[in-house]
Design a protein around this ligand. Structure first.
Ligand code: ADP
Length: 401
């Protein structure tokens, strides 16, 4: 059976169009031996500073989150199964442990002299002993993957440029980490006084003895503090995603119901908009994270409201793709739209359009970044279509599993 998998792997590798499909093929082959694993590539240009995780695949899809270094040292690769090339080790890294990764099978890759690289099959716990058959299988995968990678990629290029770029990349990551920590601390510090402002202004708004104009001021304070609070929540969430990654909790999930309750909630709070939804018959129940999906639908509907005139129509649809492999959710509005050159930028962190209509609307420029991270992390895709002045349509997909 492993032989068949190996042959299929070779065929796929030969046909692989790009490096990503190469990783996907390897993932598929490894999943004939392991369940619930992540497939990673660790790379190090010197042994002192540990490894960068440059690829992280889960459930056959590229995940969006791992952007950090791992401090694992060669001496911790205790158990050599075969030559120097297949080793097992406990993984003692705080961030990886948080992702439920405690054990790794390391398949060495010799790509260039100065670089240490491994394919890592990252697992929750020590697996049962590999059989000789399995060891041979992994050794063959390793050799062919390495060959294909050398042919295909960046990693295989023998030049100093790639080393320099790797170093630069590392510095940027470090700076990013420091900035992120700073934002994190500040945001937490803001939270406490903000909850007092929110609590007391709420008390004032409901106090009968106050006259109308004082109440209105209290309402404005409450509103502004509420906005600040959701901004801080966005900042904290995006920081967490980019530093630690996030853990999705997969469970059977009725996307139609999520859309329905999201629409009902927004409709009751925004009576000036006609928000409708249409859900196709027989859509499948997906195994995904309902809270995260709800966060995305909420965000897209909230944007549609924010950037459309009152009285306009907002439509949400749920369809199944023709090949039945994914579901598609769209949110369409009749609002201000987005110019063609801005469309590629709106998913970037902190990006907001400079148009006066957007600038006068409060926002953090983080909502769509969070949506994209979530959807990629759940194995789907998200994109926007729009024309300035003619409304926008956001579509996201999720895989049917
Ligand atoms: P925010 O809405 O807080 O500014 P987002 O990340 O949600 O941040 O959106 C980024 C930018 O994308 C917005 O500032 C706006 O310029 C544009 N945008 C998002 N959704 C829409 C929409 N439905 N219609 C028009 N522009 C939009």
């Amino acid at each position: 059976m492993l032989n068949e998998v190996y042959i299929a792997f070779l065929e796929e590798v030969n046909l692989a169009k790009d490096i990503n499909s190469l990783y996907q093929s390897l993932f598929k082959a490894v999943s004939s031996v392991f369940r619930d694993f992540r497939l990673q590539i660790w790379e190090s240009i010197d042994d002192e500073t540990g490894y960068s995780i440059i690829v992280d695949l889960t459930e056959n899809k590229e995940s969006s989150m791992l952007k950090f270094r791992v401090k694992q040292f060669p001496e911790s690769f205790k158990r050599t199964i075969k030559k120097d090339f297949i080793q097992e080790a406990q993984i003692n890294d705080e961030l990886l442990n948080k992702l439920n990764i405690f054990y790794g099978i390391f398949l060495g890759l010799s790509l260039q002299e100065s670089t240490n690289a491994f394919i890592v099959i990252a697992l929750e716990k020590k697996p049962k002993e590999l059989s000789q058959n399995e060891i041979d299988f992994f050794e063959k995968l390793r050799i062919h993957f390495e060959k294909a990678l050398k042919k295909e990629t960046l990693l295989g290029k023998k030049n100093d440029d790639s080393k320099r770029l790797l170093m630069q990349n590392e510095n940027l990551r470090e700076q990013d980490r420091l900035r992120t920590n700073f934002i994190n601390n500040i945001s937490h510090e803001f939270r406490t006084p903000l909850s007092s402002i929110l609590g007391f202004s709420k008390m004032l708004v409901t106090k009968n003895s106050l006259n109308d104009s004082t109440k209105e001021i209290a309402q404005q304070i409450q509103h502004a503090a509420g906005r600040l609070s959701s901004l801080i929540t966005d900042f904290l969430q995006i920081n967490r995603i980019t530093t630690e990654g996030w853990l999705a909790h997969f469970e059977p999930c009725d996307i139609g119901e999520i859309i329905k309750s999201s629409v009902e909630e927004f409709s009751s709070l925004n009576k000036a908009y006609k928000i409708s939804y249409k859900v196709s018959d027989n859509y499948p129940i997906l195994k995904t994270d309902p809270k995260l999906v709800r966060q995305v639908t909420d965000n897209l509907i909230s944007n549609a409201i924010k950037y459309s005139p009152s009285g306009s129509i907002i439509k949400i649809t749920l369809e199944v793709s023709d090949n039945k492999k994914e579901i598609l959710v769209t949110v369409t509005d009749e609002g201000i739209g987005i110019t063609r050159d801005e469309i590629p930028k709106i998913f970037n962190r902190l990006y907001r359009s400079s148009s006066p209509e957007v600038q006068k609307t409060p926002g953090s420029g983080l909502g769509l970044t969070i949506c994209r991270e979530i959807i990629i992390g759940l194995g789907g895709k998200i994109h926007a279509e729009s024309e300035s002045g003619k409304g926008s349509k956001f579509t996201f997909t999720l895989p049917v599993n």
